[in-house]
Ligand binder design. Structure first.
Ligand SMILES: [Fe+2]
Length: 142
């Protein structure tokens, strides 16, 4: 089972949203976009990853790793999964969005992963997405 993360909204109004996220070891988000918002994310501590998908084809594009001090940009056309890249250390990130974030979540079954098994339709409905940590099982080996 994928571990959840702690999300705390520090400030919000219709034009801006500031969020602090604490990522326990093994925590990751579901696939999501950022609506019409642009975001800037700074890694405050630890090491986080993101898995980026093509919004149109739903294909996996790349895996990025960011450490304390790194900054990443989130755009309206981005779909990604974020998570803690460490098995032992907590990671923390600070997110600023404008306008206020309205996220859309996606089912893992919508995405095409390298090495993803071709399952029969009946079995696929029951077993995909898996309940275990998806990125560890199907993510690229680095
Ligand atoms: Fe995001």
């Amino acid at each position: 089972m994928v571990k959840k993360y702690d999300r705390h909204v520090l400030h919000e109004n219709p034009k801006i949203e500031v969020v602090h996220i604490k990522w326990p070891p093994g925590a990751e988000s579901r696939p999501h976009d950022h609506g019409k918002s642009y975001g800037k994310v700074k890694v405050l501590s630890g090491k986080v990853f993101q898995l980026v998908f093509d919004k149109k084809t739903k294909k996996f594009l790349r895996r990025d790793v960011m450490v304390a001090g790194d900054v990443m940009i989130e755009t309206p056309d981005l779909i990604h999964i974020m998570g803690n890249d460490s098995k032992t250390e907590i990671a923390e990130t600070l997110h600023v969005y404008t306008p206020k974030l309205v996220m859309k979540y996606y089912s893992l079954a919508m995405f095409k992963w390298p090495g993803m098994p071709k399952l029969k339709k009946k079995r696929r409905r029951k077993s995909w997405p898996p309940k275990e940590n998806l990125t560890k099982k199907w993510g690229p080996k680095l």
